[in-house]
Structures are given as C-alpha cells and as structure tokens.
Ligand binder design. Structure first.
Ligand code: ADP
Ligand code: MG
Length: 455
C-alpha cells in the first residue's frame, strides 16, 4: 500500500525524516502512558477536547464493555458507529496483539473514538497507511458501509479526474445570488511519515519544517507565484491571530472530542500551522488531522474557478515536496482506496467541495438535521456555519458526501446540484408555495430538474 515506510531514507533531506527512535518509542508506548476515561474523569487537567483519552478496557488491550453496551442499544434503534457495527469480541481477540511497523498502530487505538463516543459516525482511524491492510477485517467493511456501492473485493479501482472543463452543470443564478463563498479541499498525507494519529511530536514538527521549505519554493516559481504567501505556525501566533483566522473560516479549530480520541490533537499546538497565499484563496492546513489539507476558496459562487485553482495547487504541492525531498512519490495512495487519509470517510478523492449558502427561511423552518437528511438523498451533506459539528448561525454549508469511487469533477457536480436544491427550496418557502407540511411533495417536484437531481 502506497510504499509507506517511515524508516526509508532520503538522500538529500534526512532532517525531514521521522527518526527510527520516534517510531520505536511510539510502537513501544505502554498503555500506562495513556490517560484513561476514568483517570480523566477524576482530574480536570486532562482535556477530552485535545488529549488522547482511552477507553479503560482498550487501554488494557481488552474488549471494551462500553462498546457492548452501545451495540445493545443499537439493537433498540440507537445510533452505533460503523466501527461498532463491524467489531466483535472474536475479531478483537484475533487482532489485538498486532502492531503495525510504521506507527505501532493497534486495533485498540484504531477503535477508540467509536468506543468512547456512541454518536461518532465512523468511529475508527488509521495510524499509518498499512493499517488499512493489516486491520482490513475492520476497515474494509467500514469503508464499504460508508462509501455505499464501493466494493473492496478487487473488482473496483479508484480513478481521479480533476479536469474543470468536464463540469456540465452550473450553479443557477438564483443559487449564486445566495452563495457567500465557495471552498474545495483535499486531504493528502506524506507516504514517508506515519499518519498523525500514529505520529509523534517529532513527526509533526518534521512535517511542518518540510512544508515551510515547500511554501518558500513558491516565491521563486514562475508557474506558481500567485500561490506564494506566508506560513503561520500555531506556536508563533497570538490567540487573537488564531481566533481571527478561525472566525474568517480559514483555520481549523481543533477542540473536537471525537477527533481527540483518535490522537489527532495530541501535542497541540506543536507542529500545527496554516499557510495562506496573499489573496487568501489558496490555503494549506498543516497537521490538523491529516498531514495536509489543500484548500482553494474564494468569496462568491464561481465554483469552476475554485476547482481550477485547487487542481493547480495540488500539483504545486506535490511538485514542491518532490523537489525538496528528492523523492519520486510523496503522497500516500492505493489503487483501490485512492488517497490515504486517517479517517476512512475521506479515502478516495479526500475531497469536500462546499458552498456557504444563505437560506434563512428553510434553516428556521426545517433545521439542520432535516436539511442534512434531504441533502443525503442527492449525495450531499449539510453542516453548520462553522463546519462539522457546528450549528447554523447565518449560513448552511452544503457539500458532496461521496468521496471514493467517483472522480473529483463528478463530486463537484454533486455539490452544485445540492446548492441548486437548497436555493430552489428556499425560494419555494419564501413564496409560500412550500412549508413544513408539503415539503416532501415539493422536493419530489424539484427532483425533475436535471441541475438538481442529475440524470
Ligand atoms: P473540512 O474538514 O471538510 O475542511 P470543516 O467542516 O472542518 O471542513 O470546516 C472547516 C472550515 O472551513 C470551517 O471554518 C468552515 O466554516 C469553513 N468552510 C467550509 N466550507 C466553506 C465555504 N464554502 N466557504 C467558506 N468557508 C468554508
Ligand atoms: Mg474537518
């Protein structure tokens, strides 16, 4: 898978490598080094929003009783994570003593999020690219459940196509008028480091140092000079500067319990940073969860322009890392899984394209959960005004839901259709042709429009 091996050496940049010692200390980390949920409950200095807090049983490498109770409640209709739907005590016992080579990743670490948090949707994470192969008895069924229709039986390959000229649907004028901003991001992970949940403070710092050199290289580039800008490290920003970037929708917040339970936020804020070009239309997150989130964004609804810039930005980043490290292949990928990411939900394109759209009437009449449910029927997802796990304040974030087994341009089309749907429904509510009582009927009518439902 993806040729990932943390101890591989690079001829011209040894300083950006994870040292064998770093991998070793991670793989030898005894469960006593983790804070457990019962320890954290007694000591407020452990912050569940940032620290890695393990389920008590998993910390002892035992089947978690907590998961049994989620599974029991699942039988009565309560939500269970995809991990919880797949894991059994038998499977746990079969996998519990395996450690991956790169990160020393274990099944206990992989399943901690969904064990600690019943409402987690996916509930498991990879600590290195080979986790997907070594723990495939967990990951493959989870991937097939999330990426509905995709089969990991060897019959399917993920293909990529970022050609903006292949887009055949466009935002309608009425939708465009409601759009505040458009953003498309992809995740990328370097194939010569562990994924961040399995990484150390050293690997995170080494990645940030490497990226700093890559960003600097844009300054002298004839091709990518519009992408040049400034890299801000979290350890060097004031709290006010950080907050301003978060409020402007440029920067990640951290502070997510479920992600913290995977180890995403360990050693916060070390090794984290954000790069912004001068016009703040090309942004790179460093070590939020994945090593890199490459983002193209701008005000307004010109999605094609955002997609075109993203396509160039990915190339610029890939060429930059190759140049600085002297490596031929730099991003972790796999023929069947596509781009490798820490969370199985992002595999494939690792792409989420969204618009922030102002639809206040349906937002108050239907609410986020209902809008999200509608969005799912056309392969989209709705989030709140500040991203995942946030509420609607003044705008809805509508984006593609699928990632694996579809080309990037077809997923951008999903997003466009989703935005056209919310806009058309908002107009029907404003004109009072629709309300909460006849919304299903109105939706069915709107689905006859090809710019909403597709073929
Ligand atoms: P992801 O993990 O897919 O990048 P999140 O839901 O974590 O997305 O959101 C990350 C940040 O990006 C949040 O601040 C969110 O408000 C912002 N964001 C998402 N879509 C847009 C958009 N279309 N325009 C501006 N900001 C956006
Ligand atoms: Mg996110």
């Amino acid at each position: 898978m993806g040729g990932c091996n943390s101890t591989e050496t690079t001829p011209n940049n040894p300083s950006s490598e994870p040292s064998p010692k770093a991998s070793q200390s991670q793989s030898d980390m005894a469960s006593s080094e983790y804070v457990t949920q019962s320890m954290a409950a007694k000591d407020p200095k452990h912050d569940p929003f940032f620290d890695l807090i393990m389920d008590d049983d998993l910390a002892k490498n035992q089947w978690p009783k907590q998961l049994t109770s989620h599974q029991e409640e699942g039988k009565k209709g309560k939500d269970v994570s995809l991990m919880g739907k797949v894991m059994t005590p038998e499977l746990f016992n079969k996998l519990k003593d395996i450690k991956t080579k790169t990160a020393g990743w274990t099944i206990a670490r992989a399943m901690n999020t969904g064990t600690c948090y019943q409402s987690s949707f996916v509930g498991c994470h990879a600590g290195d690219p080979e986790s997907y192969e070594i723990f495939k008895e967990l990951f493959h069924p989870v991937i097939e459940k999330y990426h509905v229709g995709y089969k990991l039986d060897g019959s399917m390959k993920h293909i990529t196509d970022m050609d903006p000229d292949k887009l055949t649907v466009a935002l309608k004028d009425e939708a465009k008028a409601k759009v505040f901003s458009s953003r498309i991001r992809v995740a990328r992970n370097l194939n010569f480091f562990p994924l961040n949940p399995g990484g150390t403070v050293e690997t995170r710092n080494q990645i940030a140092d490497l990226m700093s050199k890559v960003f600097d290289s844009f300054k002298d580039s004839d091709t990518y000079s519009d992408l040049a800008g400034t890299f801000h490290r979290h350890t060097e920003m004031t709290p006010e500067e950080t907050q301003e970037l978060v409020d402007g929708h440029f920067l990640f917040r951290g502070k997510d319990k479920m992600q913290a339970a995977s180890g995403y936020h360990r050693f916060w804020p070390k090794g984290r940073g954000i790069f912004l070009n001068k016009s703040k239309t090309f942004v790179v997150w460093v070590n939020e969860g994945d090593h890199l989130r490459i983002i193209s964004m701008e005000q307004g609804g010109d999605i094609k322009s955002v997609f075109t810039r993203l396509s160039r930005a990915i190339k610029a980043m890939e060429e930059g890392v190759k140049k600085v490290t002297g490596r031929e292949s730099v991003f972790a990928s796999d023929p069947a899984l596509g781009v490798i990411t820490c969370c199985p939900s992002n595999l494939g394109t690792a792409m989420r394209g969204s618009v922030h759209i102002g639809v206040p009437t349906i937002a108050s009449a239907l609410g986020l959960a209902e809008i999200d449910k509608m969005a799912r029927t056309i392969n989209c997802q709705a989030r709140g005004s500040s991203g995942e796990h946030s509420a609607i304040v003044d705008r809805v974030d509508i984006s593609n839901w699928r990632r694996l087994g579809f080309t990037e341009y077809s997923l951008v089309q999903d997003l466009i259709r989703g935005a056209n749907l919310l806009s058309a429904l908002e107009d029907k509510f404003v004109s009072k042709e629709a309300d909460a009582s006849n919304v299903d009927q109105v939706l069915a009518q709107l689905m006859s429009d090809v710019t909403i439902a597709g073929k």
